[in-house]
Design a protein around this ligand. Structure first.
Ligand code: C2O
Length: 552
């Protein structure tokens, strides 16, 4: 294994999309940002220098950060932000993970423009547990805002209503031919015929939308998710939540087809309210002049063959798809599912409300201010870092350790919403002794609208041992849990009107954020923190902070 050094200069750059030129925060002037490429076992050292007039942190989404919690990145959880003119070196080792992840800013809404792929290749002499791809291609989905995303979130947080939606979805930063003034900004994937296998590394870095994805006349073989191999399965379309990554194999046609093929993504949306139902698209093009290769639809030149994407509200496609994922669970790639449980948690996750401040007019339903919650607590970020307070034993005034194991009062979570949607605010952490085997059931609620919530856990992969619709039944559901080959991942959609059960081993000391990966919901407080205590052995303790750790 080797050490890979990167220098990330955060600076403004003019970027033009949809005929609008804006100055956006970038890494090294690139949009999307540069790739990090490493092999399993390598050390990665990224020096981040902040040249913009905004505090910044970066997060290495899905990297386990074993004994390196100081490098995880969420602002006010593991570190104070890097201030203008300051630098911080993120230093971590990639262990036990292979596949695709991504990095993104983890403060306010800066991840709208600050994001890029992380590619983890197998160890030097290891190979993939699937046919060797002819080529590997990364496709990172994002969103483009004609407005400044920071202004959008400031407006949403102040008025307590929903944020304005973005103006386009993008593939590798390009909106594609369906948007006005965008035909030239279309991602093109040139492929060779002859049954060649392409590995597509799909990443959903969008802020607020789950996406369906499909390629016309080509089937997708799913082989990996969140940097864990899965039992391969074929599908015509897939769904990917913000924070998830999915690797698929695509086999090219035996001969040159006389056509081009559209690759397209658009949202899956289970909730109510305003949303963008537009489509981002790229083109799969065989490298030979082709005949009849495009058609004109609504004055737009589009490839002859177009995929059929599921209906925007099609929850059954989503649950059928997510139910197909299984770990390899082989001798070489075992699924280390915790077979026994030390501590059980039951969390309600949803959107409720908090009082509208007196001098404000709130734009949520009936003039309320929307608030995300876990067990009725809307999490407020402190003004100094939780991990540092924990390490120094100075939690007073920063956070409390009384995060509830269960919601304060049970109700019919998926039935008629309770009259009172009010939640409380707080900065509470749940404390886990080292090596606690945790079972966590997350129940989606219908407090204010029913929506999927892609929950992301920092510092761990977890096993999705069960999921279902309706209310979780603590007697009937657990006997059906899959403890043999459940999917192992870092982000999972808590289904609209349903629940999900996960297990993980708390073997990584530190302070670990868990939150909805919809940026709007996180900002509203759908987030919490786990604190995992040190183990006894020296290599099972959180090391002291690096000397350049930013100060608040
Ligand atoms: Cu990708 Cu806490 O986030």
């Amino acid at each position: 294994s080797i050490t890979r050094h990167y220098k990330f200069d955060i600076r403004l750059q003019n970027v033009t999309r949809l005929c609008q030129t804006k100055s956006i925060a970038t890494v090294n002037g690139q949009f999307p940002g540069p790739r990090i490429v490493a092999r399993e076992g390598d050390r990665v050292v990224v020096k981040v220098i902040n040249h913009v007039q905004h505090n910044v942190t970066l997060h290495w989404h899905g990297i386990r950060q074993l004994q390196s919690g100081w490098a995880d990145g969420p602002a006010y959880v593991t570190q104070c932000p890097i201030q203008t003119g300051q630098a911080y070196v993120y230093n971590f080792t990639i262990s036990g993970q292979t596949g695709t992840l991504f990095w993104h800013a983890h403060i306010s809404w800066l991840r709208a423009t600050l994001y890029g792929p992380i590619i983890i290749l197998p160890k030097p002499n290891a190979s993939y547990p699937f046919p060797k791809p002819y080529k590997e291609v990364t496709m990172i989905f994002g969103e483009w805002w004609n407005a400044d995303p920071e202004a959008v979130i400031t407006q949403a947080l102040q008025t307590g209503g929903g944020p304005n939606v973005s103006d386009a979805y993008t593939i590798n930063g390009l909106p594609g031919p369906f948007y006005n003034c965008s035909a030239r900004d279309t991602f093109k994937l040139k492929v060779k015929p002859g049954g060649k296998i392409y590995l597509l590394r799909l990443i959903n870095a969008a802020l607020n939308d789950e996406l369906f994805f499909s390629i016309a006349n080509h089937s997708l073989t799913v082989v990996e998710a969140d940097a864990v191999y899965v039992k391969p399965f074929d599908t015509d379309n897939l769904v990917i939540t913000p924070g998830q990554t999915t690797n698929v194999l695509v086999k090219t046609k035996p001969h040159f087809p006389s056509a081009t093929f559209l690759m397209a993504a658009r949202p899956y949306f289970s909730g109510l309210g305003t949303f963008d139902n537009s489509t981002t698209a790229g083109i799969l093009e065989y490298q030979k002049p082709s005949y009849n290769s495009s058609v004109s639809i609504n004055n737009k030149q589009l490839p002859l063959f177009q995929p059929t994407l599921p209906a925007i509200t099609d929850t059954s496609v989503v649950s059928n798809f997510t139910n197909r994922f299984r770990s390899l669970a082989t001798a070489q790639f075992p699924a280390n599912v915790p077979q026994s449980v030390d501590k059980r948690f039951f969390f309600t996750v949803g959107i409720g409300s908090i009082p509208c401040p007196q001098n404000q007019t709130c734009q949520g339903p009936n003039g309320i201010k929307l608030a995300g919650y876990v067990n009725n607590i809307s999490f407020v970020l402190p003004t100094t870092a939780i991990l540092e307070a924990h390490f120094l034993g100075q939690s007073k005034g920063v956070y409390t350790t009384d995060f509830p194991t269960n919601p304060p009062f049970p109700f019919n979570y998926t039935g008629t919403p309770p009259n009172n949607t009010m939640v409380t605010t707080g900065t509470k952490a749940a404390v886990l002794p080292f090596n606690t085997s945790v079972e966590l059931v997350m129940q989606g609620t219908s407090t204010l609208g029913t929506e999927n919530h892609p929950l992301h856990l920092h510092g761990f992969n977890f096993f999705v041992v069960g999921q279902g619709f309706g209310n979780f039944d603590p007697n009937k559901d657990p006997p059906n849990f899959n403890l043999v080959d459940p999917i192992e991942r870092n982000t999972v959609g808590v289904p609209a009107g349903g629940w999900i059960a996960i297990r993980f081993l708390a073997d990584n000391p530190g302070a670990w954020f868990m939150h909805c990966h919809f940026e709007a919901h996180t900002s509203w407080g759908l987030r919490m923190v786990w604190i995992v205590l040190d183990g006894k052995l020296p290599n099972k303790k959180l090391p002291p902070p690096p000397s350049d750790l930013p100060k608040c």
